[in-house]
Design a protein around this ligand. Structure first.
Ligand code: PA5
Length: 352
């Protein structure tokens, strides 16, 4: 089925696979979009607080990861209503919400702004865009019409491009290098790449009927989380993700103690660092110990010249695999009705 383009299209009715193919173009377009900003906000900034939820929060995580690797200003990502106590005057709040109507993101940005923080909004519009403009902040608009999770390239690189205009990031040629890397990878992963040579189709097949447990160490922690959330929303399956090294200090014990896990689950270990480094050693230890515990872990190799490229590599494999799994399960990957229902129910509960 996975090599039958017509069969894929029958399930993937809104063409999530086609949207995934556009990720390299998103990276280029979004970087230029962010870099066009003429900022109204004024530093110096002592801290950057990202506020975002769900698919948009992955864009915030990616931007924070890049700043953490090569930026001077400390940053944190909040998923929730409340900014930390340190967020106030001297803080740049980067509110990332694809729709611009996510209540947690808005509440967090507004609370920090009341304490003196300045705001940069990355959004396709909504209340976040209008509120930010009214309160003297900056808005970078990303194209509307996608699912938030399918706009990861826009959200990540519009954010980084805008931060560069504020002197908070130096991107150099990295966005172009990431886009070119993803283009090369896409040739293997896209629907016309045959299953015999397509790691995403093979991974989807291996996950079918099992609960994936995804492990990412160091920077790849972000990719592990993204993979789990894509599995939740595209094929609508449960997935557990574990950050390494933390998972080595607790859940590893369960793999050795419970043989039923071996049949019911598929551990996926992401590997991106060379063996002589602490993170690289952790990645190899994960594989070795899972094998010793009797599990058959799947190795997802993340290649690329920079941490950002490696994380995007792992994300691209996971994104395609999640959509192929949706096709195997006969579930249209695009709609997320349960999330829409939750947002409606929240509005009703708030009215009392
Ligand atoms: O994938 C989704 O639709 C969700 O995870 C949304 O991203 C989440 O609900 C937040 O909405 P938004 O991205 O519009 O801020």
């Amino acid at each position: 089925m996975l090599d039958d383009a017509a069969a894929l299209r029958q399930v993937d009715r809104a063409d999530m696979l086609g949207v995934l193919g556009g990720l390299p173009a998103q990276v280029r377009e979004a970087t230029a979009n962010g870099q066009r900003l003429r900022p109204r906000v004024r530093g110096p900034f002592r801290g950057i607080l990202f506020t975002a939820m769900g698919g948009s929060a992955m864009g915030a995580d990616m931007a924070a990861l890049r700043l953490g690797q090569a930026g001077d200003v400390p940053c944190a990502v909040v998923r929730g209503y409340d900014p930390p106590a340190w967020a106030g005057r001297g803080t740049l709040v980067v509110a990332v919400s694809y729709s611009g109507n996510t209540e947690e993101t808005l509440a967090c940005a507004q609370a920090a702004q009341r304490r003196g923080a300045q705001v940069l909004a990355i959004t396709s519009g909504g209340e976040l865009a209008s509120w930010t403009e009214q309160h003297g902040g900056d808005v970078v608009r990303v194209p509307a019409g996608l699912q938030p999770r399918a706009g990861l390239g826009h959200l990540t690189f519009a954010t980084l491009g805008a931060l560069e205009t504020m002197g908070l990031a130096q991107l150099g040629k990295e966005p172009e290098a990431v886009a070119a890397h993803l283009e090369r990878l896409r040739a293997q992963l896209e629907p016309k790449g045959p299953e015999a040579a397509n790691p995403a189709k093979q991974l989807a097949r291996a996950m079918h009927g099992r609960i994936p447990f995804v492990y990412g160490a160091g920077a790849l922690e972000v990719a592990a989380r993204r993979f789990a959330t894509q599995l939740n929303e595209n094929p609508k399956v449960l997935c557990h993700w574990g950050p390494v090294p933390e998972a080595h200090h607790n859940e590893l014990s369960a793999w050795f103690a419970d043989p039923t896990l071996r049949e019911a689950t598929l551990p996926v270990v992401m590997q991106g660092e060379p063996p002589g480094t602490p993170v690289g050693a952790r990645e190899r230890a994960s594989m070795a110990l899972l094998q010793e515990a009797g599990a058959r872990p799947w190795l997802l190799e993340a290649k690329g010249d920079t941490a950002l490229a490696r994380v995007f590599h792992a994300i691209y494999v996971g994104d395609y695999a999640s959509v192929y799994l949706a096709c195997l399960l006969g579930r249209d990957p695009t709609p997320v009705e349960a999330i829409q229902k939750l947002k409606q129910r929240m509005a009703e509960f708030r009215k009392g």
